[in-house]
Ligand binder design. Structure first.
Ligand SMILES: Nc1ncnc2c1ncn2[C@@H]1O[C@H](COP(=O)(O)OP(=O)(O)OP(=O)(O)O)[C@@H](O)[C@H]1O
Ligand SMILES: [Mg+2]
Length: 245
C-alpha cells in the first residue's frame, strides 16, 4: 500500500449487517494482512459498532472527543486512549453517546477525522448509517477509495439495491449479500444479478446465529466460526484487501 485507504460500508437498508461487515473486515485486515486498521462508527443515529468491542478496557471516548483534541495528539500512543483496541489488533473508534452531538457533526468534521486518522492508520473503515443519499453517505462515498454495499439476498430481488448502486457509482465496489439462507444454485443466481453492474465482487455470507451471538457478547473470533461463514468472511476480507491502493 502506498497511502492510507478509506473504505465506506453503506446500505440503503437498515439492519442488514453494515456494522457486522465493518467489524469482521477490520478484524481480518488486522490479523491476516497485519495492517493498522481503525473502524469508525460513522452512524449518526445511535451507532452500535463500539458495542461489539471485545477489548479488555474499551475506551470511553468517542470520535467527537478525538476531533476536539486532535490538535494536541502527535503520536499513536496518545491516540490509543481514544480507541478500543481489540485482541485482533483492530482499533475501534466509537460514536458519541449523545446522538444530538453526533447529528451536529457534518461531513466537514468527518472529513477532518478521516484526514487525521489517515496519518496513523493504513486503513480507515467507515461504518455508516442507513441510506446512500444523505450528506454523510455521499461524503463517504466520494471520499472513500472503495465502497462495500451491504444488503440481504431478498433485497436484491427488489430494485432498491440496484437503484442504490446507480447512486453509488464508485469504481471499486464490493457487494455483501448478508444473512443468506440461499443454497447452491440460488446463491449463484443472485450473485449473477450483480455481474452486469461491473462490480469488483459480490460475496455471500450465510445467516449464522453463532456469528450474531459472538458479536453480541464481544467474543468474536474468525477461528471460532463454522467453515461456511469463515470462508465467506475471508472472501470478503480478500475482496477488500485486493482493492487497497
Ligand atoms: N450473517 C449474519 N447472520 C446472523 N445474524 C447476523 C448476520 N449479520 C449480522 N447479523 C445480526 O443482525 C443484526 C444487525 O446487524 P448489524 O448491526 O451489523 O446491521 P446494520 O446494517 O449495521 O444495522 P443498522 O442499520 O442498525 O446500522 C445484529 O444483531 C447482527 O448480529
Ligand atoms: Mg450499523
Amino acid at each position: 500500500m502506498t497511502r492510507s485507504n478509506t473504505v465506506a460500508l453503506i446500505s440503503p437498508k437498515g439492519g442488514v449487517g453494515k456494522t457486522t461487515s465493518t467489524f469482521v473486515v477490520g478484524d481480518l485486515l488486522a490479523t491476516h494482512l497485519n495492517l493498522r486498521v481503525v473502524a469508525v462508527d460513522a452512524n449518526p443515529d445511535f451507532g452500535t459498532l463500539g458495542r461489539l468491542s471485545g477489548a479488555r478496557r474499551p475506551s470511553e471516548r468517542s470520535l467527537a472527543d478525538l476531533l476536539d483534541d486532535a490538535d494536541r495528539i502527535k503520536t499513536a500512543a496518545e491516540l490509543n486512549a481514544y480507541v478500543s483496541r481489540e485482541p485482533s489488533g483492530l482499533h475501534v473508534l466509537a460514536a458519541p453517546h449523545d446522538a444530538e452531538l453526533t447529528a451536529s457533526l457534518g461531513p466537514d468534521r468527518y472529513g477532518e477525522l478521516v484526514a487525521f486518522l489517515g496519518c496513523f492508520y493504513e486503513v480507515v473503515l467507515l461504518d455508516l448509517g442507513t441510506g446512500v443519499a444523505g450528506p454523510l453517505a455521499r461524503f463517504a462515498v466520494e471520499r472513500a477509495d472503495q465502497v462495500v454495499l451491504v444488503t440481504t439476498p431478498e433485497w436484491v430481488t427488489s430494485s432498491v439495491v440496484l437503484d442504490a448502486l446507480a447512486h453509488v457509482k464508485h469504481d471499486r465496489t464490493t457487494v455483501v449479500l448478508n444473512k443468506s439462507i440461499l443454497k447452491g444454485s440460488d446463491v449463484s443466481a443472485v450473485e449473477e444479478r450483480f455481474r452486469a453492474e461491473h462490480l469488483h465482487r459480490s460475496v455471500t455470507i450465510p445467516f449464522d446465529a453463532q456469528l450474531a451471538s459472538m458479536l453480541d457478547c464481544g467474543r468474536y473470533t474468525l477461528g471460532g466460526l463454522g467453515r461456511p461463514t469463515r470462508v465467506a468472511i475471508k472472501r470478503l476480507g480478500l475482496a477488500v484487501g485486493e482493492e487497497l491502493a
